[in-house]
Write a protein that binds this ligand. Structure first.
Ligand SMILES: O=C(O)CCC(=O)C(=O)O
Ligand SMILES: [Fe+2]
Length: 266
């Protein structure tokens, strides 16, 4: 079984995947230096920085942020869930300091989503030996997260659940054995389906949490009426430019990201 098949299997079973050592120490240091230069207000009430839509967010802060848009280690895995044609729906950074409290467990679609009574539209559960539905997050860790530290937490497998999240887990996720906080050292990428029940665990570490979140959905869907704008000051590859296109149906009005000529072909 190839690594890619293993990753596909684990992503399908768990609803998330942690890929370690994707960013080098030097790359992590570069991102952190650029973030330091932004002189962001101290992490506090808000855990977010550099959000978009509403402009280009942190993508305008330097070409390394644009390089993550279609990172070659991530694209084949995104393709499992999103197919050949997908778009960038939103981005934001998360920062947290010691003592910041947890967020609520949630899912953006599926049984536990607050929109669960909405008509599902054109997306599909697993069928014909493929995963079809799709709104997927890639969270790039610039500092360690995991057990004893805080950060991303989730209920593995909950993206396939047919029942809503039980109240006692919602109210006290830290006491529920089914809620896990995957270990994800700096330089890792955490990929997860927005159908997974997930959240932010309280931050207990001395160091600051710094994660960059890139959220992608299938080309014919949008989760907000606004669009992330391509940063005016950066040169983007043809493949990166596709990620900023308006929602449209795949292949006919929205090109494949994996054609020869649009960028790094897997
Ligand atoms: O990484 C985290 O703290 C969770 C972020 C989250 O809830 C999301 O991206 O939808
Ligand atoms: Fe979320």
């Amino acid at each position: 079984m190839s690594d890619l098949q293993l990753q596909q299997y684990l992503f399908d079973v768990q609803g998330y995947l942690v890929l370690e050592d994707i960013l080098s120490r030097e790359e992590i240091a570069t991102f952190n230096r650029i973030l330091d230069e932004q002189e962001l207000p101290a992490a506090g009430q808000t855990q977010r920085f550099g959000s978009a839509p509403g402009g280009s967010g942190f993508l305008a802060w330097g070409s390394p942020f644009c390089g993550l848009l279609d990172h070659p280690r991530i694209m084949p895995i995104l393709r499992f869930r999103l197919g050949d044609c997908f778009r960038l729906d939103r981005i934001y950074g998360m920062y947290m300091h010691e003592g910041m409290s947890r967020g609520r467990l949630h899912a953006d679609y599926g049984a536990s989503a607050w929109t669960s009574s909405a008509r599902p539209g054109e997306y599909y559960p697993f069928r014909d030996d493929q995963i079809y539905n799709g709104f997927v997050v890639v969270a790039w860790n610039l500092s360690d997260t995991g057990p004893g530290l805080g950060g991303f937490c989730c209920i593995p497998g909950s993206h396939k659940s047919n029942y809503k999240l039980p109240q006692q887990i919602d109210e006290a996720p830290e006491q529920a054995a089914c809620v896990v906080m995957p270990s994800a050292p700096a330089g890792s990428a955490i990929l997860f389906s927005e159908a997974l029940t997930h959240g932010t665990a309280a931050w207990q570490a001395k160091h600051e949490r710094r994660s960059l979140l890139y959220k992608y959905c299938v080309s014919h869907m949008a989760w907000t009426s606004q669009r992330v704008r391509p940063p005016a000051n950066m040169e983007l590859t043809p493949r990166q430019q596709i990620l900023f296109r308006e929602p449209a149906n795949p292949y006919t009005h929205f090109p494949s990201l994996f054609e020869e000529g649009v960028g790094h072909v897997q």
